[in-house]
Design a protein around this ligand. Structure first.
Ligand code: CP
Ligand code: NVA
Length: 300
């Protein structure tokens, strides 16, 4: 049995295989082919934070694969009334074939996984967002081929998405150039996961110089709403502007996990511009997560 709590739960070889499978599943979907290897299988989904893409991709993905997904929130489960996460894990995993969790503290996921008899998937925690990275890699590779030895710039907050990009850089072998204001940089232990592939810059223009991909995310993540004002001030010059994209070059791509705040971390013209792949990136959540479900439920 395998869990997917961070990208490091897969080997580089498994990630490459999963990305190939995601592209195959996308092609099958476009052909209208019925592919239902998960008939009779059930995914439990626990959401402690809001979601559009992650929820719909898992729910639609399970339906398309012939299975079923159950949406659960603390509001309407006993978790919200104090039932321990370990007890919930034992009960839920006795009834379903896999569990996806979106939560705050990453330790909640680890505690659940420790007691779960079925695979547990991280649908986003304060520390990591590995499902998004799978879709991002799939999207990059569909346009530019292998990401190995390419150059990626991250601009903005050293958050869960940034952490998962660092993991990907170390695991797969590409250069990641981070433009993040001091005070908002990832934990040194996380940066170390990228090894020599990760470099820090004070300025988005320096980080973006000649890269293949520029990517960013919101300045205040879910759970940081009270810091919105101070973060607006701290990140003011860490916006992906048309100037930053020019510095990257005409062949550079732009990605953002969404939801986006136009005029904050990215200019509207960049988000909607010819170099932006954000809508395809969002769609690929469906195909990448279907590949992940097949991998975890059928192969392990
Ligand atoms: N990118 C992402 O995870 O989107 P949702 O919050 O809508 O799931
Ligand atoms: N960093 C963002 C990602 C949302 C998909 C958050 O955690 O809110």
């Amino acid at each position: 049995m395998r869990h997917f709590l961070t990208l490091r739960d897969l080997s580089a070889e498994e990630i490459h295989r999963l990305l190939r499978r995601a592209a195959e599943l996308k092609a099958l979907h476009y052909e209208g082919a019925l592919h239902q290897p998960l008939q009779g299988r059930v995914l439990g989904m626990l959401f402690e934070k809001s979601s559009t893409r992650t929820r719909v991709a898992f729910e639609a993905g399970m339906a398309q694969l012939g299975g079923h997904a159950i949406f659960l929130s603390p509001r309407d489960t006993q978790l919200g009334r104090g039932e321990p996460v370990e007890d919930t894990a034992r009960v839920l995993s006795s009834m379903v074939d896999a569990v996806m969790i979106r939560t705050y503290g990453h330790d909640q996921l680890e505690r659940f996984a420790d007691r779960s008899s079925v695979p547990v998937i991280n649908g986003l925690s304060d520390l990591w967002h590995p499902c998004q990275i799978l879709a991002d890699l799939q999207t990059f590779e569909a346009h530019r081929g292998s990401i190995v030895d390419r150059r990626v710039a991250w601009v903005g907050d050293g958050n869960n998405m940034c952490n998962s990009w660092i993991e990907a850089a170390g695991l797969l072998g590409f250069d990641l150039r981070l433009a993040i204001p001091p005070g908002y940089r990832p934990d040194p232990d996380v940066i170390a996961l990228g090894g020599h592939r990760v470099q820090l810059f004070d300025d988005p223009y320096q980080a973006a110089d000649g890269v293949d991909l520029v990517t960013t995310d919101v300045w205040a993540s879910m759970g940081q709403e009270s810091e919105q004002g101070s973060r607006l001030e701290a990140f003011r010059t860490f916006c992906v502007t048309e100037g930053v994209m020019e510095q990257a070059g005409p062949d550079a791509l732009f990605m953002h996990c969404l939801p986006a705040h136009r005029g904050e971390e990215v200019e509207a013209l960049v988000l909607e511009g010819a170099q932006s792949l954000v809508w395809e990136e969002a769609e690929n959540r469906l195909h990448a997560q279907k590949a992940l479900l097949e991998f975890l439920i059928l192969e392990h």
